[in-house]
Design a protein around this ligand. Structure first.
Ligand code: ZN
Length: 76
């Protein structure tokens, strides 16, 4: 009976957990790279110089770029 509600609850908790971990990862990334570089337009994490060298002009970190690409794939 309440399986659907339980599932929704679990999913919400899982997404919360992922969001928290992603946020923590971004903070760590920010601390590592705050010495210089370009900030991600989506989350303000600093983009590593290696990524800028490989993809000149990119405005997003790896995580945000991947998310954008996945979303655009879903909506097309
Ligand atoms: Zn980002």
């Amino acid at each position: 009976m309440s399986d659907d509600a339980d599932l929704a609850n679990d999913t919400a908790e899982l997404l919360n957990d992922i969001a928290l971990k992603r946020h923590q990862g971004r903070v760590m990334q920010h601390q590592v790279w705050k010495g210089g570089g370009v900030c991600c337009t989506d989350c303000d994490a600093v983009i590593p110089p290696e990524r800028l060298a490989a993809l000149p002009g990119c405005g997003r970190c790896v995580g945000c770029q991947t998310a954008v690409e996945q979303e655009s794939r879903v909506w097309r």
